[in-house]
Design a protein around this ligand. Structure first.
Ligand SMILES: *Cc1c(COP(=O)(O)O)cnc(C)c1O
Length: 356
């Protein structure tokens, strides 16, 4: 990937907080790096973006997104290689996806150079915030909000695009226990399931709270018509290994978020000659495979957790308890292979890495 031109204003903080950043005790989502990127859209055009010290925003209580949820986001990560150089994983793919979300939510496209080069520049300035410990990374959160000062319902005309970043420790992926939901619905055809819209998360908070009380980690959502086909886990796409083949729900119905990790996993599995099927997958099929001993592995994929093994799946009162993760073959191989690419331990043959 090459570096693009971007007209940008940079004001560095005179009060860096980097000395407060303790790599031994990383506070993901609580501690933010020194700077953030901000760009405003008005009268049909983006203004000059700025990188400024991380600070609170000042907004009218009438600001559109606070009332009607015209808000979208992305999640990207930067990693440090063995020489301490930061690199960003597949930012162009997140840029493309952000614009798909923007289109569906009647928000303006974010130019590629603003998203990708703006992000690269921000990470260059805050490179000291990219942690170096094994498995750690800098989580990058680009997002866009509608900022008209107007409580009437209509698509906004003013928008703000921001990028903030927060250091993330290695994600300890103890196998997650999953509750297959057939009461609440996350997404349906024609809705916004394929977008990273804030509202998708707002609507999932209550069901998520319920299943956590029952002792589960995450929900596996099912389709809204029959509650028969599985869609994805709250923040992750889902994969099953059945009879040596890897199966994941296809993206055709527009109810599933096209994860960058999902695509990366499919790509490297296929390169290894493993059969990957993208198709509808029903709970009946999973239960049948489980009974016959053919459901050997199951996992979620996403930028935050990378590859998260599923230890147990519960549907109504049926419990599917998978074998100990140590015995799995595919999950462990996929995770290591992805990490090797991210941390630069192997060559980037896919053009997935943007050096900072
Ligand atoms: C972000 C997200 C994912 C994972 O996407 P990645 O690009 O792999 O991080 C999966 N499902 C949902 C609902 C998401 O919001």
């Amino acid at each position: 990937m090459s570096v693009m031109e971007l007209d940008i204003k940079i004001s560095k903080t005179p009060n860096s907080r980097i000395s407060e950043f303790n790599q031994e005790n990383i506070q993901f989502g609580k501690q933010y790096s020194d700077h953030m990127l901000v760009a405003h859209y008005e009268d049909g055009a983006w203004g000059t973006p700025e990188i400024i010290p991380f600070a609170n925003l000042s907004l009218s209580p009438a600001t559109t997104f606070m009332h009607y949820g015209q808000a979208i986001f992305e999640g990207v990560k930067a990693y440090k290689d063995a020489n301490g150089k930061a690199r960003i994983f597949r930012p162009q793919d997140n840029w493309k996806r952000m614009n798909k979300s923007a289109h569906r939510m009647a928000m303006p496209d974010v130019p590629e150079e603003l998203f990708v080069e703006g992000m690269r520049k921000l990470i260059e300035i805050d490179e000291a915030w990219v942690p170096t410990a094994a498995g750690s990374s800098l989580y990058i959160r680009p997002f866009m909000i509608a900022t008209d000062e107007f409580v009437g319902v209509r698509p906004a005309t003013k928008f703000t695009f921001l990028i903030i970043t927060s250091p993330a420790a290695a994600y300890y992926s103890k196998p997650v226990s999953i509750f297959v939901h057939d009461e609440y619905v996350r997404a349906f055809p024609g809705g916004i399931g394929f977008t990273k819209a804030a509202g998708n998360y707002g609507a999932s908070m209550y069901p998520d709270q319920q299943i956590k009380k029952m002792g589960y980690d995450q929900i596996l959502w099912t389709d809204g018509f029959e509650h028969k086909y599985v869609q994805e886990i709250g923040t992750m796409n889902v994969f099953f290994v059945i009879d040596g083949k890897v199966i994941t729900p296809d993206l055709n119905s527009g109810t599933i978020l096209a994860g960058v990790t999902r695509d990366s996993v499919i790509t490297i599995l296929k390169e290894r000659g493993i059969i990957v099927e993208e198709r509808p997958i029903s709970i009946d099929e999973l239960e049948e495979a489980y009974k016959n001993g053919k459901l050997t592995e199951a996992f979620g994929t996403g930028t935050a957790a990378s590859v998260a093994p599923i230890g147990k799946l519960t549907f109504h009162t049926d419990e599917m308890q998978l074998r100990p993760v140590e015995e799995w073959e595919i999950v462990n191989w996929v995770k290591t292979t992805l990490d090797d690419i991210r941390y630069g331990r192997v060559a980037d043959t896919h053009g997935w890495i943007l050096p900072v």
